[in-house]
Design a protein around this ligand. Structure first.
Ligand code: AMP
Length: 397
């Protein structure tokens, strides 16, 4: 189903409500990862260049009480956006009321305004995140059209997406949401084959639905990271003190049966007796692990084998690191996978948000992927094959 985008509507002279996801990591008031802001620029530029009045809003972190407000203001994000657009962004430190309404009425064509963190509306009864109908209707009343460009929150029906959509004539996708639908939605619904998925990260339990769905649509599902050890245990191997979810071993067994050879597990590992950034004591097959050792990364033979499988792939989706990549001694598997994917020139390569997106950016591979998703939870639910509320509200063409 093709969704309508901002290209399909008239924006000139219109008050264009744009839901963005500027839930960016911050330290001491400074933004530490600007990817979501960069990725959201094209929609804004399009609206401004075409004479719209852009009214932006986003959530940022969790706001449970008035004390949380100080650290959750979007003011630094508005400042940064202003620098990136080279244009004044009027920041209104309110989420409703006369000051906001008059600032909106003063906008001229091509102006941009951002209002305060939508989660400030959660302090008294979670109005935003429980999709309070009065709040959605109020925000909808501030604009003429609604552009949803917030993929990171697309798996939730909140007042600032579903609530507005229910009260406005038409909702269209921004360019970032369009891109996420095209790449992640496209991979799970109509992939070019061979389609290889690489899953990693800490827990099987977080990704059961993703594995099940990808087993249906992918040609190979490579499993690395902490998740792999529950599968190795299910195959009857001793795994020492490596990460394992004992209550998921039976499930791992049935996934392996169901997969009929589609699941590929690592063949060598980096062993250590301490969870610390010290060199591995030895590298080898799982049969060489000692009872008091754990594996914190995959080994070079696994990287080579994964790279070999990836070589012929036409679609690649990667979610989850191959090891404890936060420690330099155990980042080799994750870097190796980044490197192997970066060499694929014919394939559509997608990183499914969260830690793997952070790793791809941190290790300098960002430009090598076709698409790095801006959604962690949202990209996982999309890979599970679920309909996302933030995508469902967008009108079909
Ligand atoms: P997730 O959020 O599920 O993608 O998990 C990411 C986390 O998994 C990262 O913080 C990694 O350090 C962790 N991880 C990956 N491989 C391992 C491993 N072999 N042992 C322990 N933790 C791991």
């Amino acid at each position: 189903m093709t969704k309508k985008t901002v290209r399909d509507i008239e924006v000139s002279g219109k008050k264009v409500l744009i839901r963005v996801d500027f839930n960016v990591p911050m330290q001491d008031g400074k933004i530490t990862d600007e990817n979501r802001i960069f990725e959201a620029l094209p929609t804004k530029k399009y609206v401004l260049e075409n004479g719209g009045k852009a009214i932006l809003f986003s959530h940022l972190g969790r706001v449970a009480s008035a004390e949380d407000k100080k650290d959750a203001t979007l003011a630094p994000v508005a400042n940064r956006l202003s620098e990136l657009l080279n244009q004044k962004v009027v920041f209104v430190p309110e989420t409703r009321g006369a000051a906001l309404e008059s600032a909106i009425n003063e906008l001229r064509n091509g102006d941009i305004l951002m209002f305060e963190n939508t989660r400030f509306e959660d302090i008294e009864g979670k109005k935003e995140s429980k999709n309070n109908p009065e709040l959605g209707a109020y925000w909808a009343s501030l604009g003429d059209v609604f552009v949803n460009d917030a993929f990171g929150t697309a798996h939730r029906a909140h007042a600032s997406n579903a609530g507005i959509a229910a009260n406005i004539k038409e909702t269209v996708a921004g360019f970032l949401l369009e891109k996420e639908i095209k790449f992640i939605g496209g991979a799970v619904s109509n992939p070019k084959r061979p389609f290889v998925a690489i899953l990693g990260g800490a827990k099987v339990s977080d990704k059961i639905e993703v594995i099940s769905n990808l087993l249906k649509v992918a040609d190979k599902v490579i499993i690395g990271g902490g998740m792999a050890y529950t599968f190795l245990k299910a195959q009857g191997f001793e795994i020492g003190t490596s990460l394992c979810e004992l209550e998921k071993v039976e499930l791992a067994k049935s996934l392996l049966e169901q997969a009929q050879g589609k699941i590929v597990l690592p063949i060598d590992f980096a062993f250590t007796s301490k969870f610390a950034n010290e060199p591995a004591s030895h590298v080898g097959p799982i049969t060489e692990i000692k009872a008091d050792e754990m594996s914190l990364d995959i080994g070079p033979k696994s990287i080579e084998m994964f790279a070999d499988i990836l070589k012929t792939a036409k679609t690649v989706v990667w979610n989850g690191p191959m090891g404890v990549f936060e420690m330099s001694n155990y980042a080799k598997g994750t870097i190796g996978v980044c490197d192997a994917i970066s060499k694929l020139t014919e394939a559509t390569t997608i990183v499914g948000g969260g830690d793997s997106a952070a790793a791809a950016i941190q290790f300098g591979y960002a430009s090598k992927f076709t698409h790095i998703s801006t959604g962690g939870g949202a990209s996982l639910e999309y890979l599970e094959g679920k309909a996302l509320p933030g995508v469902e509200i967008v009108a079909n063409k």
